[in-house]
Design a protein around this ligand. Structure first.
Ligand code: PRP
Length: 213
């Protein structure tokens, strides 16, 4: 029997996903050793492999079949636009994709002015402004701490993830428009879904059972 391989977005999401699987009897003891530098973990009994990767790489591993199953945020799935099946909403890591900025930027948005938008998510930002709002904007790609951009005058607004809203608040910014809700999803390689249908359905059933625990 071949291994079924999981790619998990490293960090909080991976821990929560493993907790869900553990509740339904899929464990990986090796993975809990936080001092280990190992990249790949095996459950020999169930013929499963797990690895952690940068969130934005999870859809890539799954599209190419290097992983059969992935657990990653909806934000990353939308931004990466890979060919894969999104099969389950785990309902964890809930947050929102928003347009945010100083209150003074509200009028610029309402008047459809040519503003600058800083974001880690240029695909999502472009789709929102061009296809949904029909507003021409200049998108500036950043790699983190996006809230800085309107403060230092790089952009008028940002497109970013808002969870509690604390980061915005502490920096004198607020949510101006809501783009979409986000949460962690299970994604599956399109060929694996056909070739390993039975085992993958079994794993998805375990995810569902784990969520109910
Ligand atoms: C995310 C996001 C916000 C923050 C929102 O950043 O980009 O900065 O969390 O959370 P809050 O609404 O609860 O304050 P992350 O920690 O992922 O790091 P980043 O700065 O690299 O984007």
């Amino acid at each position: 029997m071949r291994y079924i391989t999981f790619a998990l977005a490293k960090g909080r999401l991976a821990k929560k996903a493993m907790d869900i699987l553990e509740k339904s009897g899929i464990t990986c003891e090796e993975m809990k050793d936080e001092s280990s530098r190992k990249l790949i973990f095996v459950n020999e009994e169930l013929k499963l492999k797990f690895f952690l990767s940068k969130a934005s790489d999870v859809p890539t591993y799954v599209e190419y079949g290097a992983a059969d199953i992935g657990v990653v945020g909806k934000d990353t799935i939308m931004e990466e636009g890979r060919n894969l099946y999104e099969v389950m909403d785990l309902g964890i890591g809930k947050c929102r994709m928003c347009v945010a900025g100083p209150e003074s930027a509200r009028d610029l948005l309402n008047n459809h002015e040519l503003i600058r938008v800083a974001t880690k998510y240029p695909v999502i930002a472009k789709d929102y402004f061009y296809n949904r709002k029909h507003q021409t904007v200049e998108i500036i790609k950043l790699n983190g701490s996006v809230e800085l951009a309107p403060i230092v005058g790089l952009s008028e607004v940002i497109v970013d993830i808002v969870e509690t809203g604390t980061t915005l608040k502490e920096n004198g910014l607020c949510v101006l428009e809501e783009i979409c809700p986000l949460s962690a999803r299970v994604v599956v390689n399109q060929v694996s879904m056909k070739m390993e249908n039975e085992r993958i359905n079994e794993i998805l059933a375990r995810f569902r059972a784990g969520l109910l625990e």
